[in-house]
Design a binder for this molecule. Structure first.
Ligand code: PRP
Length: 202
């Protein structure tokens, strides 16, 4: 049995689609069920940010998660395969027409990507105050909560429709299949078989 933590929503559905193509079985979570046991797999339906936690603690062997979420967690997990799903970037968002003011003594940044944002500004020797938010990040600069944001950009529409423009890119991200070290060594053959079968249908 291999247990796989999936991030609730579109990426989970698209991943199950790949498993269907790779293993010839239709995998669908029933109504509100958070667990799906079928054909030697146990799929878990969890919050995006919780995927690395399930995998790190060994409650799941594998997980599907964006590189940005993985980077935020700083866990020692193995990246097995880029599923090339949910491609987007983590970028700075600024009020339209503004540039980052590097002459300020400190810059206020609203984000849910605390570590990525902190690292970016610290590497540029800029003092930063991180304001942690859980969503609707684009609102923060508009109401004076922050000077800028660090957030996920896919089409750029959310920023645009909220009077922001996309600034410098910090990192590119996409959903990756990850595995914890214990499972990787204990179930190596099965895990490589899964990796190869999924890779073949990408
Ligand atoms: C992300 C992100 C932006 C939006 C960007 O939010 O935080 O708000 O998508 O997409 P766009 O560039 O195509 O407009 P998401 O939908 O993941 O919801 P969340 O804020 O609840 O995580």
């Amino acid at each position: 049995m291999i247990t796989i933590a999936l991030p609730k929503g579109r990426i989970a559905e698209e991943t199950l689609d790949k498993f269907e193509k790779a293993f010839g079985e239709k995998f669908v979570f029933e109504d509100r069920k958070l667990i799906l046991v079928q054909a030697g797999f146990t799929f878990l339906n969890v919050r995006n940010q919780d995927v690395p936690t399930y995998v790190m603690h060994g409650a799941a062997d594998l997980g599907v998660v964006g590189l940005d979420v993985l980077e935020e967690k700083e866990y020692d997990l193995i990246k097995l395969l880029d599923l090339k799903l949910g491609k987007c970037k983590v970028a700075i968002g600024l009020r339209a027409g503004e540039k980052l003011d590097w002459s300020k003594s400190e810059i206020k940044v609203a984000t849910k990507h605390e570590k990525i944002a902190k690292k970016y500004f610290e590497e540029k020797a800029m003092a930063v105050e991180i304001i942690k938010l859980y969503g609707s990040i684009e609102l923060a600069p508009l109401v004076g909560l922050a000077d800028c944001i660090v957030d996920i950009v896919e089409t750029g529409l959310t920023m645009k429709q909220n009077g922001l423009e996309v600034g410098p890119t910090i990192m590119e991200t996409s959903a990756h299949l990850i595995v914890n070290k214990n499972s990787f060594y204990a179930k190596k053959d099965r895990i490589f078989e899964i990796k190869e079968k999924i890779e073949a249908v990408l």
